[in-house]
Design a protein around this ligand. Structure first.
Ligand code: 6PG
Length: 250
């Protein structure tokens, strides 16, 4: 059974700029709905750079109520924040260094201490902030890998196993291998989850995710994202949507 219409919403836009602008609008609307705490988990990878730059520019820079933001990361590599592979570094360069979120509300994953220690530390920080069983982020931004991974939840890995934890160490099939990631239960507990998918190289993975059979144990990790808060939203460009016109999965 393919994903039902209630589980996935797809917006297909002309190009990367249109995708960034649309997701910036979603982020702004979500943040304005929050009271005194807007907890957003940022996606790693390169795709969100344009989105982050958009949010750190006008009209958002002067319009958003940054004081209520709590910025988290959906995943991180086990590297220092100055490393060129650091998800924190990309977000810092593109947005964090330019927006006035109070430092105590910027929750970096300390990848430099190693994936296991960093996962434990982040779990503690998250539980202290959210309390309760599983954190409920207001918004989680996710990317999509060509193998169907999302965050650092890679196909066939231990990180996908059922867990009561919100944060788990993970291992990627390529360097940097050691990573820290929100667990699937933490992602699915979110009020809202938005995937940002751009480029022809993601077309096959996107088709596999949209066509995934929920009964299929081999379905791509991104297809397992079914947020309790509502449908998983995919904001994609036309190049990534190449196979969404009903063409058979390759
Ligand atoms: C990471 C990301 C990962 C990323 C996808 C897409 O740490 O690598 O969290 O899930 O979002 O691999 O990456 P690109 O945007 O670079 O294609």
């Amino acid at each position: 059974m393919d994903a039902s219409a209630t589980e996935i919403e797809i917006a297909i836009l002309p190009d990367a700029t249109a995708v960034a602008r649309a997701v910036a609008g979603i982020v702004a609307a979500s943040s304005q709905k929050a009271d005194d705490d807007f907890s957003i988990a940022l996606s790693g990878g390169q795709t969100p750079r344009l989105l982050y730059e958009t949010l750190a520019s006008e009209p958002y820079l002067s319009r958003l109520d940054w004081d209520k933001w709590n910025v988290w990361w959906g995943d991180e590599r086990a590297v220092p924040p100055t490393d060129e592979m650091s998800n924190y570094r990309l977000a810092a360069e593109a947005m964090m260094d330019r927006i006035p979120v109070p430092p105590e509300r910027v929750h970096r994953i300390h990848g430099e201490i190693g994936s296991r220690a960093a996962a434990l530390s982040y779990e503690t920080e998250i539980r202290q902030h959210f309390g309760g069983e599983m954190p409920q982020f207001d918004l989680i931004l996710l990317g999509l890998g060509e193998d169907g991974h999302t965050a650092s939840l890679f196909p066939g890995t231990q990180a996908l196993q059922e867990t009561p934890l919100a944060v788990v160490p993970s291992v990627a099939p390529w360097p940097p291998r050691d990573r820290v990631t929100l667990s699937l239960p933490a992602i699915n507990a979110a009020r809202r989850v938005v995937f940002i998918v751009v480029g022809r190289e993601k077309a096959h993975a996107l088709r596999m995710v949209i066509a995934a059979d929920q009964e299929d144990a081999q379905q791509p990790p991104a297809a397992l994202v079914r947020p309790v808060g509502g449908a998983a939203q995919f904001v994609v460009d036309e190049a990534a949507a190449l196979f969404l016109t009903g063409a058979p999965a390759q």
